[in-house]
Design a protein around this ligand. Structure first.
Ligand code: CO8
Length: 373
C-alpha cells in the first residue's frame, strides 16, 4: 500500500471580524428590546425575561475574543441577527465554492502542485449550502481537476474523517492526490439570539492536499503515521434543519432548526473521549504521548483543550505545544484543528511528531498522527 503525506494546506479567512464587544452591544440591545416589548407578559409570568450576555463570561468560559464572518452587518443588526448572504444564480459559483477554491489554491501552491496532479476533491464540512449537485463537483470543475468529487458531513470532525477517506483512496491507488476542503459558514446556522451559544462560532475555510509519499516533493510534508476515527451517538449537539422540515409546518421557525447544544454535558463527555482516543492512536503508532511535539486540537473551547492536554500529559501543555487559534477565529467547526495545523507547523524540525484531533457533534472524534519529513 502507498504511504501518504499531507503536502500542503491552505486557509481562507473571511474579510470581516466581530469582536466580543460588538457582539454584546447587539445581543443586549435585542434583549432590552424583547423585554420592553413583552414587559406586561413578563410581569404576568406568561413570558420569561431574557438575560443579557457579557464579554467577561464569553472570554472566561470559552477563550474566544473575536470571530470572522462572511458578512457582519446582518449579524449585528438587533432586528435581524442573521448574515446577509444574497442568493446567487445557478450560473454563478456558489459562495462555498469560492471559499473552497481560494483555500485549495493555497494548498496546491504550498505543495508545489497543480490541478493536473490531483484526482479527487472531498468537500467535508458541517453544513452544505444545498443538497445537490455536490459542492465538491463544482469545486473540482472550478479548479480544473479531471477526476471525481463528493461531499461529506461529520460536523466538527469532517476534516479528519475526510483525511481518512483521502488516505484510503491514495493507499489503494484509486487517486494519486486528493484535496480535502472544509468551507464552514457557521454564521448561517448559528442562533445569534441564543445567549448560551451566540458567541461560539466563526466562518473560515481550510484545504489539505494529501498525496503519495513516494512522489511528493513539497517542503512541507507530514507523513500520516497513525489514524483513528470514533463515533458515539449523542443528542447533546444537534441541528434539526433538513429537507423534511417542510413536511410538518408546525416545526417551521422553531429554534431547533439551528445549532443547539448542552454545552456543559458536551464539555464533560467529550474531553475524556478525546484524551483517550489520542492516547490510544499515539500508542498504536508505536509512540508515547511524550514523543508528540505538537497537538493541533479542535478549536471549540480553550478550557477543553487545556483539560485534554492535562489529562494526556499529566501536566499543563506549553502554549506552543497546543496552539490556540480560537481566540481570533472562534469555533470554525471542522476547519479549527486544520487552521491550527496550517498556522503553527513551519517551526517544527524534520522528525517531529504531531497530532491533529477534532471532536464534536455525533459525537465524532478524528485523530491523525503525523511525522514531519
Ligand atoms: N453571558 C453571560 N452569562 C452566561 C452566558 C452569556 N452569554 N451564557 C450562559 N451564562 C451563564 C449561565 O446562565 C450560567 O449561570 P448560572 O451559573 O447562574 O446558572 C453560567 O453562565 C454558566 O453557564 P454554563 O454552564 O452554560 O457555562 P460553561 O462554563 O459550561 O460554558 C460553553 C459554556 C462555553 C458552551 C462550554 O460549556 C463549552 O464550550 N462546551 C463545549 C462546547 C463544544 O465543544 N461544543 C461543540 C460544538 S461544535 C460542533 O460539534 C460542530 C457543530 C456544527 C457546527 C454548528 C455551527 C453553528
Amino acid at each position: 500500500m502507498n504511504n501518504v503525506v499531507i503536502s500542503g494546506t491552505g486557509l481562507y479567512t473571511p474579510p470581516f471580524s466581530i469582536s466580543n464587544e460588538e457582539l454584546i452591544v447587539c445581543f443586549n440591545s435585542y434583549v432590552q428590546q424583547f423585554n420592553t416589548e413583552h414587559a406586561a407578559a413578563i410581569v404576568a409570568g406568561e413570558v420569561v425575561a431574557l438575560e443579557e450576555s457579557s464579554v467577561g463570561f464569553i472570554e472566561k468560559a470559552s477563550g474566544i475574543k473575536s470571530r470572522y464572518v462572511v458578512e457582519k452587518t446582518g449579524v449585528l443588526d438587533p432586528n435581524r441577527m442573521v448574515p446577509h448572504i444574497p442568493e446567487r444564480s445557478d450560473d454563478e459559483p456558489s459562495i462555498m465554492c469560492d471559499m473552497a477554491v481560494a483555500a485549495a489554491q493555497q494548498a496546491l501552491a504550498r505543495a508545489g502542485r497543480t490541478a493536473s496532479d490531483v484526482d479527487a476533491v472531498i468537500v467535508a464540512c458541517s453544513n452544505m449550502q444545498r443538497a445537490y449537485p455536490a459542492i465538491a463537483v463544482e469545486v473540482q470543475t472550478a479548479l480544473g481537476i479531471d477526476g471525481y468529487g463528493y461531499d461529506m458531513n461529520v460536523a466538527c470532525s469532517s476534516a479528519t474523517f475526510g483525511i481518512q477517506a483521502a488516505v484510503s483512496a491514495i493507499q489503494s491507488g484509486q487517486a494519486r492526490a486528493v484535496l480535502v476542503i472544509n468551507p464552514e459558514i457557521t454564521s448561517g446556522h448559528l442562533n445569534w439570539r441564543d445567549r448560551d451559544s451566540h458567541f461560539i462560532f466563526g466562518d473560515a475555510c481550510t484545504a489539505i492536499l494529501l498525496e503519495r509519499a513516494d512522489s511528493a516533493t513539497s517542503k512541507h510534508r507530514f507523513e500520516i503515521v497513525g489514524l483513528k476515527l470514533k463515533t458515539q451517538f449523542s443528542n447533546n449537539i444537534r441541528n434539526n434543519f433538513g429537507f423534511l422540515n417542510r413536511a410538518d409546518e408546525s416545526g417551521i421557525g422553531k429554534p431547533d432548526k439551528l445549532f443547539k447544544q448542552q454545552g456543559r454535558k458536551v464539555f464533560k463527555e467529550v474531553c475524556p473521549m478525546a484524551a483517550a482516543t489520542i492516547t490510544d492512536t499515539v500508542q498504536k503508532a508505536d509512540l508515547t504521548i511524550e514523543q508528540i511535539n505538537r497537538f493541533w486540537l479542535h478549536q471549540a473551547n480553550l478550557n477543553m483543550n487545556l483539560l485534554i492536554t492535562r489529562m494526556m500529559l499529566g501536566r499543563d501543555a506549553a502554549p506552543e505545544e497546543s496552539p490556540t487559534i480560537l481566540d481570533t477565529y472562534a469555533n470554525t467547526s471542522s476547519a479549527g484543528s486544520i487552521i491550527a495545523f496550517h498556522t503553527h507547523q513551519d517551526d517544527l524540525p524534520a522528525g517531529a511528531h504531531g497530532v491533529i484531533c477534532s471532536f464534536g457533534a455525533g459525537y465524532s472524534i478524528g485523530c491523525v498522527v503525523v511525522k514531519k519529513l
